[in-house]
Design a protein around this ligand. Structure first.
Ligand SMILES: [Fe+2]
Ligand SMILES: [Fe+2]
Length: 194
């Protein structure tokens, strides 16, 4: 199957996501393309990864669990199902990107799968999607924070990456919810690498 063109992917997203989430995907795609140019990488691959990163986001918890067929390859899968099924949206979005959009580029699929929890030793494309996602939040209406983050990203990309990791963990702690050990492992990896 050939890769769908951007217009058809956008059409799918418009149908399957809320208006806010669709707008978020467009903004993230543009932010990823811009970051890719900064790293002299192909902006089209980054745009595609950013556009598709949340394609499964509007599924309910039950739908995320039912849709996820590759649990064996997901770290902490049983705990995620039990305590935070929405984390599955990243892996499910990668499945939609592959099976519905026809994206074969493994690095794009990996960047989509890891956009929420991050990963040890991410590629630049993975980091771009992880950071790009946080620059234009769909639900958190703290505009001051995202504007500050955008300027930090321009001057210190790795610093922005770590500050997003910290903010995500703090946010979950603040809600007194379960923190996926993967996000702590990822945080420890990058904080020691500094
Ligand atoms: Fe997401
Ligand atoms: Fe997102």
């Amino acid at each position: 199957m050939a890769c769908m063109d951007v217009e058809n992917i956008e059409e799918y997203l418009k149908k399957n996501l809320t208006r806010h989430r669709f707008k978020h995907c467009l903004n993230v795609a543009k932010a990823c393309a811009k970051l890719a140019r900064k790293f002299s990488m192909d902006p089209n691959r980054a745009f595609l990864a950013g556009l598709a990163h949340d394609s499964a986001k509007n599924k309910t918890d039950e739908e995320q669990i039912a849709f996820c067929k590759n649990g064996n390859s997901i770290e902490y899968f049983a705990d995620i199902v039990k305590y935070a099924p929405q984390l599955l949206h990243s892996y499910n979005s990668a499945t939609i990107a592959k099976d519905v959009f026809g994206i074969k580029d493994k690095e794009i699929l990996k960047a989509i799968a890891n956009h929420t929890l991050g990963d040890i030793d991410m590629s630049i494309l993975e980091k771009i999607v992880y950071v790009g996602d946080a620059l234009y939040p769909a639900t958190v209406h703290d505009m001051t924070a995202s504007i500050a983050l955008r300027s930090l990203t321009r001057i210190n990309f790795e610093g922005a990456l770590r500050s997003i990791m910290r903010a995500k963990i703090s946010y979950t702690l603040g809600k007194k919810e379960w923190v996926c050990p993967k996000s702590l492992e990822v945080w420890n990896f990058y904080v020691l690498k500094k």
